[in-house]
Design a protein around this ligand. Structure first.
Ligand SMILES: *Cc1c(COP(=O)(O)O)cnc(C)c1O
Length: 457
């Protein structure tokens, strides 16, 4: 396709210019999401037999389409889990694409896989997992959770009594939606402990003890959360590790969002026990400043992942060759052909050093605490619970759910901020509340005040 007759140099310059402008624009417009018909009205049909030309297509993207997206790195985008990829990582994402490397097997991707593995070694060191532990980068937390669950289930089914048995996973209400979704993929059932607050070893043990025998026999794994998506709550990882050991269960820690905080000295102790996990999910595209998409799955014993995931085929036999020997990422997760999506993280880590990551994550935690203090100092808002990691849940006194939604749309429309409501489950039932999640270290106290000001009458 390289020979297609376009002015490649000019096109490349246009694209590079756009990329440079975008990554140096620290506070782009918050974007306005339009309906598909409206967008079609504005750009028309773009795929035609003759092509509309790169210049035209790029212009449509730059001047129309990208404006109907939300820049997730905006300092006042505090909804869901935002992101804030470093410039080094974004630029290296371009390099990753330009390099056209197949990331499945060492035979083809050695130098690139070496980069990924350097970054992985650092992730492993953050967790404190024992010698021999290792992992791979995935498309995200969902794929990482799935890869870990497949590994756990295959390991469990090696026992003759479990062959063909439908598995059961135990987790809590605070767990991420992907756990239930991926349990469907592997046709396992999920038993939920009815708490959105911290899951403790005692709670878990009580729940396991109260399972009927048939369910207990199908139970093969526990999923604890290292930083719930909704509230930043870290389960009792050490207590849960004890229970898993005593009960002979696979121990998975989903730290897709919270895993980045392993680098932060101020909260690291809250994760004690994570080093005893059989598998861990961490999303570098959440709190480790990587561009989308980049997740990671870490295993205490990677040979179990290899048994579960290695694909066999005559066309793949060559990869067993001596000359091809090395680490094959395809063998440890669900995907075969894969982008070397750990490379941008590697380049950014190599560029900035790990201390910079420590600083940037600590900044997110400080911002949550600053927001907590500001909220407490204002009469019209109150904290639902103390800030945890970089999440803050708070309420606007006297507001019904509809008011929260209107407020969200209005602030987005006016380009002030994107902050969305969520539900918090307490003994009193579900309450609609507001939620901040801080990732971008460039968010300021002024940004927070500006948002809180819009909650006054
Ligand atoms: C975001 C998240 C996931 C899903 O990760 P994706 O990268 O969106 O697939 C899983 N678990 C937790 C705790 C998360 O916060």
């Amino acid at each position: 396709m390289h020979n297609i007759d376009i002015d490649l140099v000019e096109m490349t310059l246009d694209v590079m210019k756009y990329a440079i402008n975008r990554i140096t624009n620290v506070s782009p417009s918050l974007g306005e999401i339009k309906k598909e018909e409206e967008l079609f009205e504005m750009v028309g049909e773009t795929i035609t037999p003759e092509g509309i030309g790169g210049e035209k297509a790029f212009q449509l993207f730059r001047d129309v389409l990208v404006k109907s997206t939300v820049p997730i790195d905006h300092p006042r985008h505090l909804a869901f889990v935002p992101a804030s990829p470093t410039r080094a990582a974004v630029m290296f994402d371009l390099v990753t694409s330009a390099s056209s490397i197949h990331g499945a097997y060492w035979m083809e991707g050695a130098g690139g896989i070496f980069c990924e593995n350097q970054a992985m070694k650092w992730l492993i060191s953050l967790t404190g997992m024992p010698k021999g532990a290792f992992g791979v980068f995935t498309s995200g937390g969902t794929a990482a959770n799935l890869s870990a669950m497949v590994t756990a289930r295959e390991h469990w089914r090696k026992q003759p009594a479990n062959t063909g048995r439908k598995g059961l996973i135990i987790t809590s209400v605070g767990a991420h939606s992907s756990i239930k979704a991926m349990a469907k993929v592997i046709d396992a059932d999920v038993h939920l402990v009815e708490t959105e607050d911290r899951l403790t070893g005692d709670l878990l043990l009580n729940e396991i003890r109260s399972l009927e025998l048939e369910k207990r026999q199908r139970l093969f794994a526990v999923v604890a959360t290292g930083g719930t998506t909704n509230a930043g709550i870290i389960d009792d990882l050490s207590g849960i590790a004890d229970v898993c050991r005593e009960e002979g269960l696979w121990y998975h820690v989903d730290a897709a969002y919270g895993g980045g905080a392993l680098v932060a000295d101020s909260v690291r102790h809250l994760f004690n026990g994570i080093e005893r996990a059989d598998s861990i999910t961490i999303d570098p595209h959440k709190w480790l400043f990587s561009p989308y998409d980049c997740g990671a799955v870490l295993y205490k014993d990677p040979s179990l992942a290899l048994e579960a995931h290695k694909q066999e085929g005559s066309y793949l036999d060559i990869f067993k060759d001596e000359g091809a020997s090395g680490f094959n990422p395809a063998d440890y997760q669900i995907q075969l052909t894969r982008r070397l999506r750990g490379m941008p993280l590697w380049f950014s880590l190599a560029t900035h050093g790990t201390d910079k990551y420590k600083w940037a994550v600590e900044r997110g935690i400080s911002l949550a605490n600053i927001a907590g203090e500001l909220i407490e100092s204002r009469p019209e808002v109150s904290l639902v619970r103390p800030p945890s990691l970089s999440c803050v849940l708070f309420r606007r006194e006297g507001w019904e759910p509809a008011r929260y939604r209107e407020w969200t749309y209005k602030n987005h429309k006016e380009g002030i901020a994107l902050v969305t409501p969520t539900l918090w489950k307490s003994e009193k039932g579900y309450e609609t509340v507001l939620r901040f999640c801080f990732i971008n270290p460039d968010t300021t106290e002024e940004d927070i005040r500006l948002i809180l000001d819009t909650l006054r009458d």
